[in-house]
Write a protein that binds this ligand. Structure first.
Ligand SMILES: [Zn+2]
Length: 224
């Protein structure tokens, strides 16, 4: 695990497992946690790492309902949990599949952790976009339309020109197209993110990238 500082008080935390990337935006009064990881052990590790950076109260935003993005929420409780309105109903649907995947890969401890993780539903939902004041800094949670799922939420941090894209963007691997993805609409969702003019885009998996990388990924999706 390692932190990458992307701007003042804006961080990505990288994990070897699934090449995952979680996020943190620190304001004067609150900090925003972008995704919480795939189980409570990862969530607790992430929470402790955040506490070495800031003591500000946190709120959580979930980029989407896939297991690796939200089953680490319990260690952050109690706190507000933001997500798209369609995220809550979709949460947990992939748990059994991934428990089986991990068992097949002889990752029994990881399978058990996922099996035991508490599903923490969102407390606050959005449909289009919402602006949150973290104290001296505003961030926007936005749903750019269907893409990786029908309920992706990105986080724009305009004062740092950083945008957390969830799995709408992947670095190190092609975008993850699943049965719940909307491939035809996905390029349009990426246009919505690019319209925010980010200098740095943080993918849900892989290293932070620039806007040119996102444009290339959009064009590849358009051809697929
Ligand atoms: Zn995903």
């Amino acid at each position: 695990m390692r932190w990458i500082e992307l701007g003042e008080g804006v961080f990505a935390r990288r994990y070897e497992h699934l090449d995952q990337t979680l996020g943190l935006v620190v304001g004067a009064e609150r900090c925003l946690v972008v995704d919480t990881g795939g189980d409570e052990v990862q969530g607790a590790e992430f929470a402790a790492a955040i506490r070495e950076i800031t003591t500000a109260p946190w709120l959580v935003v979930l980029t989407h309902a896939h297991f690796d993005h939200h089953f680490g929420t319990k260690p952050f409780q109690p706190c507000p949990v933001w997500a798209h309105e369609r995220c809550g109903p979709a949460m947990g649907a992939d748990r059994a599949t991934w428990v089986a995947n991990f068992r097949r890969q002889h990752e029994h401890e990881r399978a058990q952790r996922l099996l035991e993780a508490e599903l923490v539903p969102p407390t606050h939902v959005l449909t289009g976009e919402v602006s949150l004041d973290l104290g001296g800094r505003k961030v926007t949670l936005l749903h750019p339309g269907p893409g990786h799922t029908d309920h992706d939420v990105a986080v724009d941090v305009p004062d740092a020109q950083v945008l957390f894209a969830g799995d709408l963007v992947e670095q190190g691997a092609p975008p993850s197209i699943g049965p719940d993805s909307h491939v035809e609409d996905w390029p349009h969702a990426l246009d919505g993110l690019l319209a925010r003019d980010p200098a740095t885009v943080v993918p849900g998996h892989g290293e932070p990238v620039d806007a040119a990388f996102v444009r290339r990924q959009r064009d590849e999706l358009r051809r697929s």
